[in-house]
Design a protein. Sequence first.
Length: 336
Amino acid sequence: MKPTDFAKHLTAFFQTYLTSQKNVSKNTIYSYRDTFKLFLRYCQEVKQIPAERLELNLLTNDLITGFLDWLESERKCGITTRNLRLTAIHSFFRFVQYEEPTGLFHLQKAMSVPMKKAPKAMVEHLSPEAMQLLLAQPDRNSLKGRRDLTLMSVLYDTGARVQELIDLRAGDTFLETPPVVQLTGKGNKTRRVPLMKNTVLLLQRYKLEQKLDSPSKNEHPLFTNNQHNKLTKEGVAHILAKYVAAARKTSTIVPPKVRAHMLRHSKAMHLLQAGVNLIYIRDFLGHVDLKTTEVYARTDTETKRKAIEQAYPDLVDPQLPDWNQDQALLSWLSEL
């Protein structure tokens, strides 16, 4: 069977374009891979077009729109997920239009499918008091408790993404003055983030206790599970959920569900509230564009507005009479 043009370009898209030319992160590749797995499934099950018969000229606006609607209606995906899938498809079309310039008009028509507008969500974050309460939960007298405290402290103090945290190696922490940790983020870009004194002390004791303080252990994962393997995202989520449940037994200032990314948001919000410039926060978080960081400033403004509203005195007496019932006033107005 002769390979189709779609199969040829999709293979090149993943094996050459994304990895060698764009140098995107492995998580982006996984996300794009999942998009096309779902797309092929939609074509097979809904449109009765098997993968071996799928060609570029079949990738029309209607097919793409139908796929996106199927994601929402059948798979119950939200608007954000829908737009992420469309981003992967747009990226593929942008690659193909340079490989197949004769089909440029058809490809650009397919690329014209717009993103769906979603309501802007407020950034979920913890207050400083909630963060302190959460960090007070691990048992410092146990080996696992000390590991969990160090893990959560590093996650918050560095503002790391959860993938950046679990990818940390022992040699990525530099605890001499000035203490920093080297994070590898999206697109394999590295950045160095300063560490606060308390986190440095926790890391020094943790590395010594785990025998990670020698140069021979530099490539060893910094945080491991019970099987001494690198922690997973699910493992980090389980650790957080355990201490969130413990914290809520004494106070409700910690929300019922805390995701690892909320600690990153919390660090950014706390830096902003402390008067740190947005440009520094952008570099601290590893954002490419300052517009991404500005969401924290918008969120903080909304928080201040709500606080002012609650503290603002009620200057209008609710007992004042309704002007509609004042006949003298109505007569005077009608004579104007």
